[in-house]
Design a protein around this ligand. Sequence first.
Ligand SMILES: Cc1cc2nc3c(=O)[nH]c(=O)nc-3n(C[C@H](O)[C@H](O)[C@H](O)COP(=O)(O)O)c2cc1C
Length: 397
Amino acid sequence: MNLSATHDSLRFENPFVLASGPPTAARELIERGFAAGWAGAVTKTIRPDSMPMEDVSPRFYALRDGQGDVFGFENIELVSRRSTAYWMETIAGLKRGHPGKILIASIMGDSGRESWADLARRCEAAGADALELNFSCPHGMPERGVGAAIGQDAGITGRIAGWVRGATRLPVIVKLTPNVTDVRPIALAAIEAGANALAAINTVQCLAGVDLETLSPCPPVNGQSAFGGYSGAAIKPIGLRVVAQAAAATKAPIHGLGGIRTWKDAVEYMAVGATVVQVCTEVMIRGFGLVRGMVEGLAGYLKRKSLASPSDLTGAALGRLVSHEALSREYRAIPEMVAPAACRLCGRCAAACRDGGYHALRLENRSVSCDAAKCDGCSLCARVCPSGALAMRAVII
Ligand SMILES: Cc1cc2nc3c(=O)[nH]c(=O)nc-3n(C[C@H](O)[C@H](O)[C@H](O)COP(=O)(O)O)c2cc1C
């Protein structure tokens, strides 16, 4: 099946792209990513040599579920420490060796026009296929007036996107921050200034934990820490919301990212407006090979749904996103025991309904019963059921 995806002059062999971050921090990493099957890569953000960059240790922190899998990830890492000379040589070498792959240079200048224009021109001359403007790193960089400090202000976003537009003929992608009250005016400012596309989201500003013994915030750097960027599965709901809002506001092509672990997450991003998707944290956790399952899973899904290409998915769910006011009050759903054999009689549904719901569910005589007269159809019982025994069934009233 043809999984290719296109926007502007960029043709991706499939819609899976490595996001800017540790897996794209060096030439040999990007090469291994390409060999594994990723259609493209966004370099770790390149900054001017005049901008000092020194990382701290440790700089990561993970939140895990009951199985030990990471569902939320904090980092306080900065942009690339490598020189611009390294990156220009790397871009040229990667394009020579992999002409069919899409190589996007992520750049971050300082607060002056020439610094952005110079990086843009040099990446274009080196052979990059597109530029991604990092207006969105939430830690370290905003203190210097760049990163999310740019993407939190529509005026500055438009001004700098315009500077880059004036310096290059390459497609320009503006990477948005979710750390704003309303992303729509910022997305619009980027597109009106001449950006071709958007990428959303960068990490969500966070404080992922505090060590109970030392009372140091985490990750602890000699007993201290700083607010960081949250990524991984936990941020997908925020990413989907931002992509849907940006898609509706601008109609621009979007690179969707934030918490993508499987092809299913990718399909969700496409359904709310993404043309391609990017992945960072899951690659850090599981390695480049996960793209194979993504390609197979997406191909199988498109076939099952009789869709010809990923572009048929782009924005397919957007028409169903309405105002809360417009949602039906005639529609109701009630809980139903769909898999009685799976029920562990744990009682979570009954406890939740008793103390967080309407006291409609009871666990009696080793079975769960629902008093339909009391049930309000809120769905709390089915949402807390750990085994999938309970589900919601539609009823029209
Ligand atoms: C350790 C780490 C370093 C990152 N460095 C960059 C960076 O240099 N430039 C950038 O635009 N985004 C950077 N990101 C953000 C990711 O590209 C991505 O936007 C974010 O992590 C959400 O996607 P994910 O949940 O797939 O990781 C970084 C993320 C992580 C976890």
